[in-house]
Design a protein around this ligand. Structure first.
Ligand SMILES: *[C@@H]1O[C@H](CO)[C@@H](O)[C@H](O)[C@H]1NC(C)=O
Ligand SMILES: *[C@@H]1O[C@H](CO)[C@@H](O)[C@H](O)[C@H]1NC(C)=O
Ligand SMILES: *[C@@H]1O[C@H](CO)[C@@H](O)[C@H](O)[C@H]1NC(C)=O
Ligand SMILES: *[C@@H]1O[C@H](CO)[C@@H](O)[C@H](O)[C@H]1NC(C)=O
Ligand SMILES: [Zn+2]
Ligand SMILES: [Zn+2]
Length: 329
């Protein structure tokens, strides 16, 4: 083929209409694997820089474009997220809301952004609102609204959010914010575990066409930016499948190694994939056995129990109930 990119001394690119370039950039922004990958297009030429900021492109940018590192947080990244929010990007709305609420401690505007994303049926936003309502985060103990928390969890779980489903199961089981219905709660917890198991199986199939042997080598799928999955840990499998939302990574890193400082007496949720912090002392629940770990929610507690804490807690076996690994309180 002859020099495919040049034609009469012009880049073929010059002949493409703006509409087509915007279409291509929109595809690119929705699938870009990282902020830096997305921002490389701005360095190529002025035209791409101009069209890269087109509302269509920004409105379709995927969550990974917003996976900014807390160390790299600046006024420019803040402005960029704001611009995406203005252009109607729901994921940017959620991400900026979480950052403002938890990291910048601008509770009002953070909450309103998360709520805005929630009205667009953004499942993580619905679930995050639920956690905020359950704990009265950002307000006092008296601002807790358990019923609202249950309703929001229910809505998020209908959209397929696993943590929300787990939370709802625990609420029904404990009669927390809703009329107690132990069997229904159990059912939801089993359902959540099954859904997780299906995700694992799918990942296992993709990774190894032949069935995994029962050898002692743990199977690890890496590169997914997630967590080891608890369900199979008992059988020597170490599989990662659950994608953690970039906003959760941001929160955790912000407080652990970024510019964030935890105020005296406030604690980070001990579940790795969460990143939420207390907004007032004693907001989170503690492990009732060892008191060494804190959780923003029942969902985080039960997941972290399976993932990690079960091996670290000074728990005599009779303390925890085998069916879903929750600690008997
Ligand atoms: C952080 O910024 C530096 C330089 O500005 C860049 O090279 C790096 O890729 C950024 N890291 C992430 C994770 O975005
Ligand atoms: C629990 O929920 C199930 C299904 O929604 C319902 O059929 C059952 O009557 C409920 N039990 C109680 C005690 O409310
Ligand atoms: C599971 O994988 C993680 C990360 O890949 C590793 O840190 C951990 O030690 C592994 N656990 C086991 C039991 O192999
Ligand atoms: C925060 O929410 C969890 C359940 O989701 C609850 O166990 C805990 O007590 C709440 N904290 C406060 C201060 O209400
Ligand atoms: Zn948590
Ligand atoms: Zn413990």
């Amino acid at each position: 083929m002859r020099r495919p990119l040049k034609h009469n001394n012009h880049d073929l690119f010059d002949y493409l209409s703006d509409d087509i370039v915007i279409f291509i950039l929109t595809k690119f922004s929705s699938t870009a694997a990282s902020p830096s990958q997305f921002f490389t297009i701005f360095l190529i030429c002025k035209r791409l820089k101009r069209l890269g900021f087109h509302p269509m492109v920004l409105s379709k940018a995927g969550p990974k474009v917003f996976a900014i590192k807390p160390k790299n947080w600046s006024d420019r990244s803040h402005l960029f997220l704001r611009r995406c929010v203005t252009d109607g990007n729901v994921d940017a709305c959620y991400t900026l809301g979480m950052i403002r609420f938890y990291c910048l401690q601008n509770r009002r505007s953070g909450l309103s952004l998360i709520a805005k994303a929630a009205t667009k049926m953004h499942a993580p936003a619905l679930y995050s609102l639920a956690v905020i309502q359950f704990n009265g985060s950002g307000g006092s103990k008296h601002d807790k609204d358990l019923r609202a928390g249950v309703a929001l969890s229910a809505r998020a779980s209908l959209l397929g959010h696993l943590d929300a489903l787990r939370e709802l199961g625990h609420c029904l089981q404990d009669g927390y914010g809703v009329k107690q219905n132990i069997s229904q709660g159990r059912k939801l917890l089993v359902h959540a575990n099954l859904r997780e198991l299906l995700l694992i199986l799918r990942a296992v199939m993709l990774a190894s066409p032949s069935p995994p042997s029962s050898s002692s080598t743990p199977l690890t799928l890496s590169g997914l930016n997630d967590l080891s999955v608890p369900l199979l840990s008992d059988y020597g499998y170490n599989v990662t499948v659950r994608e953690i939302h970039p906003a959760n990574w941001f929160l955790r890193e912000w407080f652990e190694s970024g510019p964030g400082m935890l105020n005296e007496g406030l604690r980070l949720c001990s579940h790795m994939g969460c990143g939420r912090v207390e907004t007032r002392p004693h907001e989170f629940r503690r492990c009732s056995v060892c008191s060494k770990v804190n959780y923003c929610s029942r969902g985080c507690q039960s997941l972290d129990w399976k993932l990690r804490h079960k091996r670290e807690c000074s728990t005599p076996n009779l303390w925890f109930d085998d069916n879903d690994g929750d600690i008997a309180l």
